[in-house]
Design a protein around this ligand. Structure first.
Ligand SMILES: Nc1ncnc2c1ncn2[C@@H]1O[C@H](COP(=O)(O)OP(=O)(O)OP(=O)(O)O)[C@@H](O)[C@H]1O
Ligand SMILES: [Mg+2]
Length: 261
């Protein structure tokens, strides 16, 4: 049965999508069978993985979940695409916003994604979900379905303050619908290791949260990292020897180790 890990932060542009993509491909390189689900109407993960024109795609996660809500029987792999680097992908586009509106009138609206995942979990070792930057009903669906969350934060003071709100939401989800939801860890991202400011912020993060939460190795700010999105390739292919690829390898190792505990 797959372990479901969500990349979550209500703050935009912190690296949720980049981390989903490179953690997912890293796990696949370690021999795991991985599905990534784009759960953001912006379709950024779909786009970053090199699938052209997400908004022109006919079958996306929105359609797959609508079928699930309406009990339409489809093949288990319906809508799932494959990426050349050995991962499966359930793409997304703007239609997911339509689903968000539809959910208002659906019974057990928080559990729509979870119900779908129960069907496909036996096919994978890991299912990674890329969330949108909000804590609305779509993200609550993800939190209800996930085993754990990974929280990317940008090495800036306001990002650290935003963590408190996210942790409160996770607490509410645990209390009301998913008592076993774990926090995989926090990933400081886009850290400019040359500046004292970035080091101070990472120290602050570790002091404030490092007790209860695992703080992963910082991922450096790197132009090569930003380029991967345009290339549709992981950092392991784009800049295998760079510091960012090494930091990602350490993240992958950490996630694999936490599976054993
Ligand atoms: N380590 C890094 N160094 C430099 N740029 C990075 C790094 N990680 C991510 N980026 C870039 O930062 C931008 C934001 O990253 P990303 O899209 O992953 O964030 P996000 O949290 O998913 O954003 P959104 O909230 O809009 O979904 C992207 O252009 C990405 O290529
Ligand atoms: Mg994103």
């Amino acid at each position: 049965m797959a372990r479901v890990i969500a990349s979550v932060n209500q703050k935009g542009g912190v690296g949720k999508t980049t981390i989903t993509m490179n953690l997912g491909i890293g796990l696949a390189r370690a021999g795991k069978k991985v599905l990534m689900i784009d759960f953001d109407p912006q379709g950024s993960l779909t786009d970053c993985l090199g699938f052209p024109e997400p908004d022109q795609m006919e079958i996306t996660v929105a359609k797959v979940l609508m079928n699930s809500i309406n009990d339409v029987q489809t093949d288990i792999s319906y809508g799932i695409l494959t990426h050349p680097e050995g991962v499966d992908v359930l793409p997304s586009n703007i239609e997911l916003s339509g689903l968000e509106v539809t959910l208002v009138n659906v019974m057990c609206r928080e559990l729509v994604l979870k119900n779908y995942l129960e069907r496909i979990k036996p096919l994978y070792d890991y299912i990674l979900i890329d969330c949108m930057p909000s804590l609305g009903i779509l993200t609550v669906n993800v939190l209800a379905a996930a085993d754990s969350v990974i929280i990317p934060v940008k090495a800036e003071k306001p990002s650290i303050r935003g963590l408190q709100q996210l942790l409160r939401t996770i607490g509410k989800v645990r209390k009301n619908m998913n008592p076993n939801l774990a926090i995989e860890g926090v990933v400081p991202n886009m850290v400019d290791c040359r500046t004292n400011y970035a080091k101070d912020v990472v120290n602050l993060l570790t002091e404030a949260y490092g007790g209860p939460l695992k703080i992963y190795e910082s991922i450096p700010q790197s132009v090569r990292m930003a380029e991967t999105a345009a290339e549709g390739k992981s950092i392991y292919l784009h800049d295998a020897e760079g510091k960012a690829a090494k930091a990602y390898e350490s993240l992958v190792k950490g996630v694999l180790e936490s599976e054993k505990q």
